[in-house]
Design a binder for this molecule. Structure first.
Ligand SMILES: C[S@@+](CC[C@H](N)C(=O)[O-])C[C@H]1O[C@@H](n2cnc3c(N)ncnc32)[C@H](O)[C@@H]1O
Length: 235
């Protein structure tokens, strides 16, 4: 099974950056808002004074956390695609949020530019699937979390068996054409289908998190298990 090529991933997101949000909301039928709300609800179950949002893209997880958290932490968004970060910074300015409190930085999830034991919470939403080396990415997350810190992963998963035929029909045949209408880029969304079908189901991903050292790993299936929300702690 081929691994995502970082240069190709960056080039894909560079091409779709300006239309990424619109495509996301349209192609998911707006369900992406409720997935992020579930992530925020889970974040609110523990300490959140310093947060890192990886593969932040256009920053929607940062903004959802800023809006929905009971505390008022600094949240760093990190991504290796500058045009996606440009969109995030634009939205941050429109929302009149403080750039020092919500910095968007260029960086690679496989080599995080942070010291050990720094964050209470690391989030990664629809990013893990794109990493060339998932084990390295998860180890980096583990390294930068404080002892007692938490990881939340929101990611596509494998849908319930009875839903699979409808889902893959949509993903392989309908979505790329719809995506071409919205973004002008059918190829980017053919990649989406391939990367989803290559990704482990929630039970397998739980095992990968435990193999890195995460404890109390749990996963919730959302929307017929199209997506799953994972939670793990560093001891
Ligand atoms: C599907 S988008 C997700 C954006 C956002 N988190 C969301 O939920 O909408 C995936 C993002 O991962 C970023 N990405 C992929 N591999 C990366 C890496 N190794 N380091 C940093 N960012 C990466 C891409 O540039 C892209 O912005």
């Amino acid at each position: 099974m081929s691994k995502p090529d970082p240069d190709a991933v960056r080039a894909t997101f560079t091409r779709v950056a300006r239309r990424y949000d619109l495509a996301n909301h349209m192609l998911s039928g707006g369900i992406d808002f409720s997935w992020r709300r579930r992530l925020v609800r889970l974040a609110n179950t523990g300490s959140c004074s310093s947060i890192l949002d990886l593969a932040t893209g256009s920053g929607d997880v940062v903004f959802a956390l800023e809006c929905g958290l009971e505390s008022s932490p600094e949240i760093i968004g990190l991504d290796f695609c500058e045009p996606m970060l440009t969109q995030a910074r634009k939205k941050r300015d429109e929302l009149k949020l403080n750039a020092d409190k919500f910095p968007f930085v260029v960086g690679d999830c496989l080599d995080l530019p942070f010291s050990d034991d720094k964050f209470d919470l690391v989030t990664i939403s629809f990013g893990l699937r794109n990493l060339a080396d998932r084990e390295k990415g998860l180890s980096e997350i583990y390294r930068v979390l404080k002892p007692g810190g938490r990881l939340i992963v929101l990611e596509f998963s494998q849908p319930y068996w009875w839903f699979r035929p409808f889902y893959y029909f949509y993903l392989r045949l309908i979505l790329p054409w719809l995506a071409r209408l919205v973004t002008g880029d059918r190829e980017a969304y053919l990649y989406l289908g391939t990367s989803i079908s290559n990704f482990p189901n929630r039970f397998e991903l739980c095992k990968e998190l435990e193999a890195i050292g995460f404890k109390k790993v749990v996963a919730q299936a959302l929307t017929f298990s199209i997506v799953s929300l994972h939670h793990g702690c560093k001891e």
